[in-house]
Design a protein around this ligand. Structure first.
Ligand code: GTP
Ligand code: MG
Length: 521
């Protein structure tokens, strides 16, 4: 097997033009998120993560691995060291490799004897001993740039990290499973986004006594006052376990009093910032909804992705919690905008509910989360607007949106009246009494609106997208003093002049969309 025979070449420039997975998908129609997850999870379960010497010779390495089983896929990446993700064609390969692995013995330290699929290869026979040879060209940075969408490799690694963590959680809860949600799987993720995971205990909870067997598992089972208290104690134990025994898990923090209790930590070998929750079924369902919207029209993901990059470049969103608009809120804002095109590019959530089969009825924690996931049942009128038009109109739409009276609500048309006083009201799609943006204060909203106005103006004036993504070009709105000293029209005029001089080559937005959006799920 050639190490680069997988689906995606990544690297700063090469991966920009390589979209084989989405091409393949088109032939057979979109896959449900459930099927995609199952496929990715199965791949992860027959995979290992190996820390290697930077000069590991790929062919020798593969030869070594093939003694244990057929290798389906293998790729290297750099993240504070060189790692290889190796997927065998079945789990026997993993078992054989693990059986051949020894526990390290060091004289001055003791190690926790934990068997893990995170291995370290110290075999000199697989290392390129030629001192002159540069590290292999196939060893890539897994996150070449955070303005790119997730690659196939990055997605594989996300599922593998979940699977490795699940091995640890399964010591307590053998029927549990750790699943990714949020932007790692909804199709809107950027390289470098966090890894949101849920510890799904449904496999354990759903165990019912056999009819008439009379046998219950509850005998002397510990009880707590609420489901929230159960979640907190489960997460607390898992956090302790990750902290003490989890290979590569560092900086473990228990954030158990949050509305949604979670454990936050960094997984060093992958470089992912991880958030682990439990009993967060509604968020899983939101992920499915966002995934569905992303699949319904080819313009949705590029548009969301571009708006997210734009927002990040101008500090509208931030990785630090605060009064900013979150990526989740921003995504809902784009979807809402697309529902309001004429003809609509996306259906309302209520329409998706009406189209659901009785078998698709879904009530989670008392919330109606029903919608159809059957793409064949959803039909939409043809809308031929280009991405360029849509981006300009998105900025225009929110430049003039009446935020003080209207809410943003994916449910249905004509129900946008704002029920409370927060500056920005974005209704949670399923927990409909909740505002997902109640953290946003009026000055952040004002900044967002001003940036939308200026961006709409710049686009109308013929500037190209790349300039909108450079913070320096619109950063004038950041400094309040500058704003006061110069009227907006003057600022923009000056700005345009400078852009004309600096950017005499014009790129279409479509090129940007194509280059940065590499769908990988
Ligand atoms: P990035 O991580 O910023 O790329 O986007 P994300 O969509 O993954 O957002 P985040 O990590 O903040 O949250 C993960 C998931 O949790 C989201 O996709 C939502 O499903 C859910 N979520 C996030 N924020 C909220 C919120 O305020 N309310 C509710 N109910 N769910 C949320
Ligand atoms: Mg996230």
């Amino acid at each position: 097997m050639n190490i680069m025979s997988g689906q995606c070449v990544f690297g700063q420039k090469k991966h920009l033009f390589f979209l084989p997975l989405s091409e393949k998908k088109k032939k057979n129609g979109p896959k449900s998120l459930r099927d995609l997850r199952a496929e990715r999870q199965a791949q992860a379960e027959r995979s290992v993560l190996v820390s290697c010497h930077p000069k590991t010779h790929e062919n020798k390495f593969l030869k070594y691995l093939s003694r244990h089983g057929n290798v389906n896929k293998c790729f290297f990446y750099e993240s504070f060291g060189t790692y290889a993700v190796v997927e065998f064609s079945n789990q026997d390969g993993v078992q054989s490799l693990l059986e051949s692995a020894a526990m390290p013995s060091v004289s001055h330290e003791s190690v926790v004897p934990l068997r893990s699929r995170l291995l370290s290869l110290r075999n000199v026979n697989t290392v390129d001993t030629d001192k002159q040879s540069a590290p292999s060209a196939n060893h890539r940075e897994l996150c070449p740039s955070t303005t790119h969408s997730l690659t196939d490799e990055n997605t594989r690694l996300r599922f593998l990290v979940c699977s490795l963590l699940n091995d640890i959680a399964a010591a307590y809860f053998p029927q549990s499973s750790i699943k990714p949600f949020g932007s790692s799987v909804n199709g809107f993720g950027k390289l470098g986004c966090d890894l949101d995971m849920i510890l799904d205990l449904d496999g354990t909870i759903c165990v019912r006594p056999q009819p008439r067997s009379g046998m219950y598992m509850e005998y002397l089972v510990k009880r707590t006052s609420s489901e929230r208290a159960v979640t907190q104690s489960v997460l607390s134990v898992i956090a302790g376990c990750l902290d003490q025994f989890g290979p590569g898990c560092v900086g473990v923090q228990k954030i158990l009093n949050a509305r949604c209790p979670l454990v936050r930590f960094a997984h060093q070998p992958s470089g992912f910032q991880c958030d682990l929750t439990a009993s967060n079924r509604v968020a899983m369902r939101s992920t499915e909804l966002l995934y569905l919207f992303g699949e319904l029209d080819a313009r949705v993901r590029p548009l969301v992705f571009t708006v997210r990059c734009w927002a990040r470049a101008h500090g509208v969103t931030s990785p630090i919690p605060g009064a900013w608009i979150t990526n989740f809120s921003l995504t809902i804002m784009v979807l809402f905008f697309l529902q309001r095109r004429n003809p609509p590019i996306l259906p309302t959530l209520d329409r998706l509910k009406e189209l659901a089969e009785p078998s698709e009825k879904c009530v989670l924690d008392g919330n109606d989360c029903t919608f159809t996931s059957d793409f064949h049942r959803i039909s939409l009128e043809t809308n031929t607007e280009t991405l360029d038009q849509l981006l300009g109109d998105f900025f225009e739409f929110y430049s003039t949106f009446i935020f003080n009276r209207m809410s943003i609500n994916l449910g249905r048309y004509g129900k946008e009246h704002k029920p409370e006083l927060h500056p920005l009201y974005i209704q949670n799609p399923f927990e409909t009494s909740l505002n997902i943006s109640k953290n946003v204060n009026s000055s952040q909203l004002e900044r967002f609106v001003t940036l939308c106005q200026e961006s709409a103006w710049l686009l109308q004036s013929g500037s190209h997208l790349n300039t909108l993504l450079l913070p320096s070009h619109i950063s004038v709105v950041r400094g309040r003093k500058k704003r006061k000293s110069q009227p907006a029209s003057e600022r923009i005029k000056g700005l345009l002049e400078s852009l004309r001089i600096k950017n005499n080559v014009s790129f279409g937005f479509t090129v940007f969309f194509k280059n940065h959006c590499n769908k990988s799920l």
